[in-house]
Design a protein. Sequence first.
Length: 209
Amino acid sequence: MSENDAKIIVVDTGEEIPVMFNPKEYKVTTTAAMVGKGSNILFQEVTAEDFTVDLFYDTYTYGKQTDVRKKIERITALLMPTVEGTKVKRPPVCRFVWGSFGYTGIIHKIDQKFTMFLETGIPVRVELTVVFKSVLTREEDILFKGKDACRKLWTVKSGDRLDLIAYRALKDPSLWRKIAEVNNITNPLMFPAEENLGKMLIIPDLQDV
């Protein structure tokens, strides 16, 4: 096995699990979440979607014709909640690495398709589809959600005041006037009226304040 061969690293323990063959393909999807329509489309955040990779194991041609399930059990075991979380145990955080590419997440689904068997019924060839749920570092999370200056939205609830919204969203209660102006609130002293509850306010960009 060379340094450029694909492998799964268990971040919580440092264990390295080499795959039998480098994958032929993998799929990564990233989505930019937007709200609104027409000229009023507003960016919310970038979401890292699931990472899917197909792996192949064969103990018939490339082994001693032993049970291929034993060959993949270190990977299937990664579905098990073995790491102490804040309230309950969780599966370990893993990193799929292949050359310069890396993806960090928790494996939450493995499809096993057995395609060859010995006369005894023992499987000797399997195709695995391994699906990772993304786990972001704090820096990645900030990057994906955009800079602090990005335009935000606020859903009005009972007890909200414009100065409180300004403080919580912009860290400056004195910016309530700008929020009122952007959202055409003509009577801020009576805000929120009953008709305002549930309404979505636009929080202006800091660079525009």
